[in-house]
Write a protein that binds this ligand. Structure first.
Ligand SMILES: Nc1ncnc2c1ncn2[C@@H]1O[C@H](COP(=O)(O)OP(=O)(O)O)[C@@H](O)[C@H]1O
Ligand SMILES: [Mg+2]
Length: 300
Protein backbone atom coordinates (compact mmCIF):
# COMPACT_ATOMS: atom_id res chain seq x y z
CA UNK A 1 0.00 0.00 0.00
CA UNK A 2 1.60 3.31 -1.01
CA UNK A 3 -0.47 5.54 1.24
CA UNK A 4 -2.21 4.47 4.41
CA UNK A 5 -3.95 6.99 6.60
CA UNK A 6 -5.72 5.99 9.79
CA UNK A 7 -7.65 8.10 12.25
CA UNK A 8 -5.97 11.27 11.02
CA UNK A 9 -7.01 14.36 12.94
CA UNK A 10 -5.78 17.95 12.83
CA UNK A 11 -7.01 20.51 15.30
CA UNK A 12 -6.40 24.24 14.76
CA UNK A 13 -7.26 25.96 18.02
CA UNK A 14 -10.80 24.75 18.60
CA UNK A 15 -11.49 23.63 15.04
CA UNK A 16 -11.15 20.06 13.85
CA UNK A 17 -9.99 20.78 10.30
CA UNK A 18 -9.48 17.04 9.71
CA UNK A 19 -11.55 14.70 11.82
CA UNK A 20 -10.67 11.00 12.10
CA UNK A 21 -9.96 10.43 8.42
CA UNK A 22 -8.85 6.98 7.21
CA UNK A 23 -8.14 5.78 3.68
CA UNK A 24 -5.66 3.87 1.57
CA UNK A 25 -4.27 4.43 -1.90
CA UNK A 26 -2.31 2.15 -4.15
CA UNK A 27 -0.12 2.20 -7.20
CA UNK A 28 -1.77 2.68 -10.57
CA UNK A 29 -4.67 4.56 -9.05
CA UNK A 30 -5.81 8.13 -9.38
CA UNK A 31 -7.60 9.06 -6.23
CA UNK A 32 -9.80 12.14 -6.35
CA UNK A 33 -10.09 14.09 -3.16
CA UNK A 34 -13.31 16.00 -3.54
CA UNK A 35 -14.80 18.51 -1.15
CA UNK A 36 -16.04 22.08 -0.84
CA UNK A 37 -13.69 24.88 0.20
CA UNK A 38 -12.59 24.50 3.79
CA UNK A 39 -13.34 20.75 3.85
CA UNK A 40 -9.81 19.79 4.96
CA UNK A 41 -8.24 18.67 1.69
CA UNK A 42 -5.14 20.88 1.86
CA UNK A 43 -4.62 20.13 5.54
CA UNK A 44 -4.65 16.36 4.88
CA UNK A 45 -2.18 16.81 2.02
CA UNK A 46 0.13 18.97 4.11
CA UNK A 47 0.25 16.24 6.74
CA UNK A 48 0.97 13.55 4.14
CA UNK A 49 3.84 15.61 2.74
CA UNK A 50 5.30 16.38 6.21
CA UNK A 51 4.62 20.11 5.97
CA UNK A 52 2.63 20.10 9.20
CA UNK A 53 2.25 17.46 11.90
CA UNK A 54 -1.08 15.84 12.68
CA UNK A 55 -2.75 16.19 16.07
CA UNK A 56 -3.69 12.51 16.14
CA UNK A 57 -3.67 9.42 13.96
CA UNK A 58 -1.16 7.95 11.58
CA UNK A 59 -0.11 8.60 8.00
CA UNK A 60 2.19 6.13 6.23
CA UNK A 61 3.75 6.73 2.83
CA UNK A 62 5.35 3.63 1.30
CA UNK A 63 5.42 2.27 4.82
CA UNK A 64 7.22 5.30 6.32
CA UNK A 65 5.57 7.20 9.14
CA UNK A 66 5.28 10.96 8.51
CA UNK A 67 6.08 11.68 12.16
CA UNK A 68 9.25 9.63 12.43
CA UNK A 69 10.58 9.27 8.87
CA UNK A 70 10.04 12.66 7.32
CA UNK A 71 13.06 12.49 4.96
CA UNK A 72 12.08 9.04 3.65
CA UNK A 73 8.48 10.16 3.16
CA UNK A 74 9.59 13.23 1.23
CA UNK A 75 11.83 11.07 -0.95
CA UNK A 76 8.78 9.05 -1.97
CA UNK A 77 6.47 12.01 -2.52
CA UNK A 78 6.13 14.60 -5.24
CA UNK A 79 4.06 17.56 -4.11
CA UNK A 80 2.36 20.27 -6.08
CA UNK A 81 1.02 22.62 -3.42
CA UNK A 82 -2.12 24.70 -3.80
CA UNK A 83 -1.42 27.94 -5.73
CA UNK A 84 1.80 26.36 -7.10
CA UNK A 85 4.52 28.47 -5.53
CA UNK A 86 7.36 29.01 -8.03
CA UNK A 87 10.33 31.35 -8.29
CA UNK A 88 9.04 33.64 -11.04
CA UNK A 89 12.40 35.20 -11.85
CA UNK A 90 14.03 31.82 -12.51
CA UNK A 91 14.13 30.28 -15.97
CA UNK A 92 12.31 26.98 -16.47
CA UNK A 93 15.41 24.85 -16.91
CA UNK A 94 17.30 26.74 -14.23
CA UNK A 95 14.50 26.09 -11.76
CA UNK A 96 14.25 22.38 -12.61
CA UNK A 97 18.01 22.15 -12.29
CA UNK A 98 17.79 23.72 -8.86
CA UNK A 99 15.07 21.30 -7.71
CA UNK A 100 16.96 18.30 -9.14
CA UNK A 101 20.02 19.43 -7.19
CA UNK A 102 18.06 19.52 -3.94
CA UNK A 103 16.88 15.96 -4.55
CA UNK A 104 20.34 14.84 -5.70
CA UNK A 105 18.74 13.40 -8.83
CA UNK A 106 21.17 11.16 -10.75
CA UNK A 107 21.68 11.91 -14.49
CA UNK A 108 20.29 15.35 -13.85
CA UNK A 109 20.22 16.79 -17.36
CA UNK A 110 18.67 13.67 -18.91
CA UNK A 111 15.99 13.52 -16.24
CA UNK A 112 15.18 17.22 -16.68
CA UNK A 113 14.92 16.75 -20.45
CA UNK A 114 12.58 13.78 -19.90
CA UNK A 115 10.31 15.76 -17.59
CA UNK A 116 10.21 18.70 -20.02
CA UNK A 117 9.20 16.26 -22.73
CA UNK A 118 6.59 14.52 -20.58
CA UNK A 119 4.91 17.72 -19.42
CA UNK A 120 5.04 19.31 -22.87
CA UNK A 121 7.21 22.20 -21.73
CA UNK A 122 9.57 22.04 -24.72
CA UNK A 123 8.35 25.21 -26.38
CA UNK A 124 8.70 27.25 -23.22
CA UNK A 125 11.80 25.70 -21.64
CA UNK A 126 14.00 28.74 -22.22
CA UNK A 127 11.55 31.23 -20.73
CA UNK A 128 11.42 32.88 -17.37
CA UNK A 129 8.71 31.28 -15.18
CA UNK A 130 7.07 34.70 -14.62
CA UNK A 131 6.50 34.96 -18.38
CA UNK A 132 4.57 31.68 -18.63
CA UNK A 133 0.80 31.29 -18.82
CA UNK A 134 -0.97 29.64 -15.90
CA UNK A 135 -1.23 26.31 -17.76
CA UNK A 136 2.50 26.22 -18.42
CA UNK A 137 3.28 27.17 -14.83
CA UNK A 138 1.19 24.15 -13.77
CA UNK A 139 3.32 22.02 -16.06
CA UNK A 140 6.46 23.36 -14.37
CA UNK A 141 4.86 22.50 -11.03
CA UNK A 142 4.15 18.95 -12.22
CA UNK A 143 7.65 18.54 -13.69
CA UNK A 144 9.13 19.74 -10.40
CA UNK A 145 7.01 17.27 -8.44
CA UNK A 146 8.08 14.32 -10.60
CA UNK A 147 11.80 15.06 -11.01
CA UNK A 148 13.00 12.69 -8.31
CA UNK A 149 10.70 9.93 -9.64
CA UNK A 150 8.55 9.62 -6.51
CA UNK A 151 6.10 6.76 -6.00
CA UNK A 152 3.33 9.03 -4.78
CA UNK A 153 2.14 12.33 -6.22
CA UNK A 154 0.10 14.71 -4.14
CA UNK A 155 -1.48 17.41 -6.27
CA UNK A 156 -3.50 20.11 -4.53
CA UNK A 157 -6.08 21.56 -6.94
CA UNK A 158 -3.70 21.24 -9.89
CA UNK A 159 -6.29 22.43 -12.42
CA UNK A 160 -7.73 25.45 -10.67
CA UNK A 161 -7.71 28.59 -12.79
CA UNK A 162 -6.88 26.87 -16.08
CA UNK A 163 -8.71 27.63 -19.30
CA UNK A 164 -10.65 24.79 -21.00
CA UNK A 165 -7.81 23.75 -23.33
CA UNK A 166 -5.22 23.77 -20.58
CA UNK A 167 -7.64 21.78 -18.42
CA UNK A 168 -7.89 18.99 -20.96
CA UNK A 169 -4.08 18.80 -21.29
CA UNK A 170 -3.34 18.79 -17.58
CA UNK A 171 -6.09 16.24 -16.85
CA UNK A 172 -4.72 13.94 -19.54
CA UNK A 173 -1.25 14.30 -18.05
CA UNK A 174 -2.47 13.46 -14.54
CA UNK A 175 -4.28 10.41 -15.87
CA UNK A 176 -1.13 9.25 -17.63
CA UNK A 177 1.03 9.74 -14.54
CA UNK A 178 -1.57 7.76 -12.58
CA UNK A 179 -0.93 4.65 -14.66
CA UNK A 180 2.44 4.11 -13.01
CA UNK A 181 2.25 6.07 -9.77
CA UNK A 182 -0.12 6.67 -6.93
CA UNK A 183 -1.79 9.99 -7.53
CA UNK A 184 -3.91 11.81 -4.99
CA UNK A 185 -5.32 15.04 -6.28
CA UNK A 186 -7.81 17.41 -4.78
CA UNK A 187 -10.51 19.35 -6.53
CA UNK A 188 -13.86 20.91 -5.89
CA UNK A 189 -14.90 20.26 -9.49
CA UNK A 190 -17.01 17.16 -9.85
CA UNK A 191 -16.64 16.66 -13.60
CA UNK A 192 -12.94 16.43 -13.02
CA UNK A 193 -13.39 13.48 -10.73
CA UNK A 194 -15.54 11.79 -13.36
CA UNK A 195 -12.95 12.53 -16.01
CA UNK A 196 -9.80 11.20 -14.38
CA UNK A 197 -10.34 9.29 -11.15
CA UNK A 198 -10.56 5.62 -10.44
CA UNK A 199 -11.77 6.27 -6.96
CA UNK A 200 -13.20 9.21 -5.12
CA UNK A 201 -12.94 10.30 -1.52
CA UNK A 202 -15.48 12.91 -0.54
CA UNK A 203 -14.59 15.04 2.44
CA UNK A 204 -16.86 17.53 4.14
CA UNK A 205 -16.12 19.57 7.27
CA UNK A 206 -13.09 17.47 8.00
CA UNK A 207 -14.86 14.12 7.73
CA UNK A 208 -14.85 11.51 5.01
CA UNK A 209 -18.38 10.98 3.78
CA UNK A 210 -17.57 8.60 0.92
CA UNK A 211 -14.74 6.39 -0.32
CA UNK A 212 -15.92 4.54 -3.41
CA UNK A 213 -15.28 3.77 -7.04
CA UNK A 214 -17.33 6.30 -9.03
CA UNK A 215 -19.82 3.70 -10.32
CA UNK A 216 -20.58 2.47 -6.84
CA UNK A 217 -21.27 6.00 -5.59
CA UNK A 218 -24.15 6.24 -8.01
CA UNK A 219 -26.15 3.43 -6.45
CA UNK A 220 -25.18 4.49 -2.94
CA UNK A 221 -27.47 7.48 -2.76
CA UNK A 222 -30.45 5.65 -4.16
CA UNK A 223 -30.88 1.91 -4.22
CA UNK A 224 -33.21 2.36 -7.19
CA UNK A 225 -32.80 2.35 -10.93
CA UNK A 226 -34.83 5.04 -12.68
CA UNK A 227 -35.94 4.52 -16.26
CA UNK A 228 -37.79 7.18 -18.23
CA UNK A 229 -40.09 5.94 -21.00
CA UNK A 230 -42.12 7.75 -23.62
CA UNK A 231 -44.85 6.08 -25.68
CA UNK A 232 -46.62 7.29 -28.79
CA UNK A 233 -49.91 6.43 -27.10
CA UNK A 234 -51.45 7.58 -23.83
CA UNK A 235 -50.73 5.00 -21.12
CA UNK A 236 -52.50 4.64 -17.78
CA UNK A 237 -50.88 3.75 -14.48
CA UNK A 238 -52.97 0.57 -14.19
CA UNK A 239 -51.66 -0.61 -17.56
CA UNK A 240 -48.06 0.17 -16.71
CA UNK A 241 -48.37 -1.77 -13.49
CA UNK A 242 -48.52 -4.95 -15.55
CA UNK A 243 -44.74 -4.63 -15.87
CA UNK A 244 -43.26 -6.76 -13.13
CA UNK A 245 -40.92 -5.28 -10.52
CA UNK A 246 -42.08 -1.66 -10.44
CA UNK A 247 -41.53 0.12 -7.13
CA UNK A 248 -42.84 3.52 -8.02
CA UNK A 249 -44.31 5.36 -10.98
CA UNK A 250 -43.97 9.03 -11.63
CA UNK A 251 -46.00 10.62 -14.39
CA UNK A 252 -44.28 13.27 -16.47
CA UNK A 253 -46.98 13.64 -19.13
CA UNK A 254 -49.83 11.49 -20.52
CA UNK A 255 -47.33 9.57 -22.57
CA UNK A 256 -44.20 9.86 -20.48
CA UNK A 257 -43.33 8.16 -17.19
CA UNK A 258 -40.40 7.62 -14.89
CA UNK A 259 -40.32 4.09 -13.55
CA UNK A 260 -38.44 3.28 -10.41
CA UNK A 261 -37.39 -0.28 -9.63
CA UNK A 262 -34.89 -2.30 -7.64
CA UNK A 263 -33.08 -3.53 -10.73
CA UNK A 264 -32.80 -2.46 -14.34
CA UNK A 265 -36.10 -3.59 -15.95
CA UNK A 266 -35.65 -2.07 -19.42
CA UNK A 267 -35.99 -5.48 -21.07
CA UNK A 268 -39.31 -6.09 -19.26
CA UNK A 269 -40.54 -2.65 -20.32
CA UNK A 270 -39.72 -3.41 -23.95
CA UNK A 271 -41.57 -6.76 -23.77
CA UNK A 272 -44.55 -5.01 -22.15
CA UNK A 273 -44.73 -2.44 -24.98
CA UNK A 274 -44.70 -5.20 -27.59
CA UNK A 275 -47.38 -7.24 -25.77
CA UNK A 276 -49.64 -4.20 -25.32
CA UNK A 277 -49.13 -3.04 -28.88
CA UNK A 278 -47.63 0.22 -27.65
CA UNK A 279 -45.06 2.24 -29.57
CA UNK A 280 -42.01 2.98 -27.49
CA UNK A 281 -40.54 6.32 -28.61
CA UNK A 282 -37.87 6.64 -25.98
CA UNK A 283 -36.42 4.72 -23.06
CA UNK A 284 -33.37 5.64 -21.02
CA UNK A 285 -31.85 4.88 -17.68
CA UNK A 286 -31.25 7.96 -15.55
CA UNK A 287 -27.70 8.32 -14.29
CA UNK A 288 -27.00 10.25 -11.14
CA UNK A 289 -24.36 12.83 -11.75
CA UNK A 290 -21.46 13.20 -9.36
CA UNK A 291 -23.05 16.59 -8.58
CA UNK A 292 -26.21 14.92 -7.24
CA UNK A 293 -24.15 12.52 -5.19
CA UNK A 294 -21.97 15.26 -3.84
CA UNK A 295 -24.92 17.40 -2.81
CA UNK A 296 -26.63 14.44 -1.22
CA UNK A 297 -23.56 13.45 0.78
CA UNK A 298 -22.53 16.92 1.90
CA UNK A 299 -25.91 18.48 2.65
CA UNK A 300 -26.79 19.60 6.15
N1 LIG B 1 -3.10 27.34 9.68
C1 LIG B 1 -4.40 27.33 9.98
N2 LIG B 1 -4.86 27.86 11.12
C2 LIG B 1 -6.20 27.82 11.44
N3 LIG B 1 -7.13 27.26 10.66
C3 LIG B 1 -6.74 26.72 9.51
C4 LIG B 1 -5.35 26.72 9.10
N4 LIG B 1 -5.27 26.11 7.89
C5 LIG B 1 -6.53 25.74 7.57
N5 LIG B 1 -7.40 26.09 8.53
C6 LIG B 1 -8.85 25.82 8.53
O1 LIG B 1 -9.05 24.43 8.39
C7 LIG B 1 -10.17 24.16 7.55
C8 LIG B 1 -9.73 23.25 6.42
O2 LIG B 1 -8.90 23.99 5.53
P1 LIG B 1 -8.23 23.37 4.24
O3 LIG B 1 -7.56 22.09 4.61
O4 LIG B 1 -7.40 24.42 3.63
O5 LIG B 1 -9.50 23.06 3.34
P2 LIG B 1 -9.61 22.79 1.76
O6 LIG B 1 -8.25 22.59 1.21
O7 LIG B 1 -10.49 21.57 1.66
O8 LIG B 1 -10.29 23.99 1.18
C9 LIG B 1 -10.69 25.52 7.11
O9 LIG B 1 -11.79 25.86 7.89
C10 LIG B 1 -9.53 26.44 7.33
O10 LIG B 1 -9.96 27.75 7.60
MG1 LIG C 1 -7.28 23.61 -0.29
Amino acid sequence: MSVKVSGLTKIYGEQKAVNDVSFEAQKGQVLGFLGPNGAGKTTTMKILTCFIPQTEGEALVCGFDTRTHSIEVRNQIGYLPEHNPLYKDMYVKEYLNFVAGMHKVPNKSQRIADMIEMTGLGREEKKQIGALSKGYRQRVGLAQAMLHDPEVLILDEPTSGLDPNQLVDIRALIKKIGEEKTVIFSTHIMQEVQAICDRVLIINQGQLVADDPIERLQTRISGNVLVTVEFLEKVKETTLNKIGGIKELQQISERKWTISSKKDIRAEIFRFAVDQNLTLLEMHKEAFSVEDIFQELTKG
